[in-house]
Write a protein that binds this ligand. Structure first.
Ligand SMILES: [Fe+2]
Length: 311
């Protein structure tokens, strides 16, 4: 079985109008809108569904209020989906909807689902750039980026209790098929889909003070200028920045986070570290420190010794 990517995310939202305006503003294509609902699509055919918090058809969340209600992961084939369904049915309830999607829950109680992935190609023109010894933009000026243009939905992050945290991660690593990239003892585990992949597709992060919580989803942007242009664009429309801009200590992506009225935050990022299946997971005893940041919330600890994770 081979898990590929996040296929869709569904939110249950108290202020549906604000949720729709938010995803409109971040530049996703709106493909459906009703009185208390809307759906948006990324250029590579992933979906964000905004639904009313009282919609009885939504899976329950362990968290109250506006939040993510289900995340659907895409797999590479019907055979993979069947195998995954059989595997997960060994110890939990797995139900199927008429479209073939399999629905269940992870170890923390978050609603998750699986479907055959339906990616489409997105034609992306990189910004022409000049650098020492290479002229990519001659006799023309850099063009202002008029509005955000997310390319794909790349990762999700949940906050869970550290007690049982390893078991929660083992479910995704040993049953679902994600790979461990970094285990940060102080923070949580960064897991990615197989193949050449982002540093993380899923982060389960330890939280000690509050109950479990959906934290954020992240959209990959075309480059540095897109992230830096998106920040002020969102602020001008009244959306609240929460973290960044800067580069993350692990994953090393350049990022900027905003509050999402649908629940949690949305991250805009670019240039995340990538790994393939030859990568040996690393255990961190502390934060490696941010390469750079304009936000002093990011820990600026000195590099710590790296210790290979136990198999
Ligand atoms: Fe993130």
């Amino acid at each position: 079985m081979s898990i590929q990517r996040i296929e869709s995310v569904t939110y249950g939202v108290a202020d549906v109008a604000a949720g729709i305006r938010f995803f409109d503003d971040i530049g996703l294509e709106k493909v459906e809108e009703g009185s208390q609902r809307a759906s948006f699509r990324t250029p590579v055919n992933q979906f964000i569904h905004v639904r009313d918090i009282g919609d009885a058809s939504l899976p329950k969340s362990p968290e109250s209020g506006s939040t993510m209600r289900e995340i659907v992961w895409g797999v590479d084939s019907q055979a993979s989906l069947d195998a995954l369904g059989a595997e997960l049915s060994r110890d939990r309830e797995v139900s199927a909807t008429p479209d073939g999607t399999l629905h269940t829950r992870d170890e923390t109680g978050f609603a998750i689902a699986f479907a055959v992935s339906k990616p489409i190609e997105a034609k992306v023109e990189p910004h022409a750039q000049n650098s020492f010894g290479a002229t990519g933009r001659l006799n023309r000026r850099f063009q202002k980026i008029p509005k955000p243009h997310p390319l794909r939905l790349a990762h999700a992050v949940f906050l869970i209790r550290p007690e049982g945290g390893d078991k929660a991660c083992d479910f995704y690593l040993n049953r679902v098929g994600l790979k461990l990239t970094d285990a940060a003892g102080h923070l949580g585990k960064f897991m990615r889909v197989p193949g050449i992949a982002d540093h993380h597709s899923l982060l389960l992060m330890w939280i000690r003070k509050i109950p479990v919580k959906f934290d954020h989803i992240a959209f990959e942007m075309r480059g540095f200028d897109d992230v830096m242009s998106t920040g002020p664009y969102m602020e001008e429309r009244g959306w609240k920045p929460t973290w960044g801009p800067g580069r993350q200590p692990l994953g090393c992506h350049m990022f900027w986070h905003f509050d999402n009225p649908c629940g949690g935050e949305v991250e805009f990022f670019t240039d995340m570290d990538r790994f393939d299946d030859t990568w040996e997971p690393v255990t961190w005893q502390g934060s490696p420190g941010s390469p750079w940041t304009l936000d002093d919330q990011i820990p600026k600890m000195e590099n710590q010794a790296r210790v290979p994770a136990k198999p």
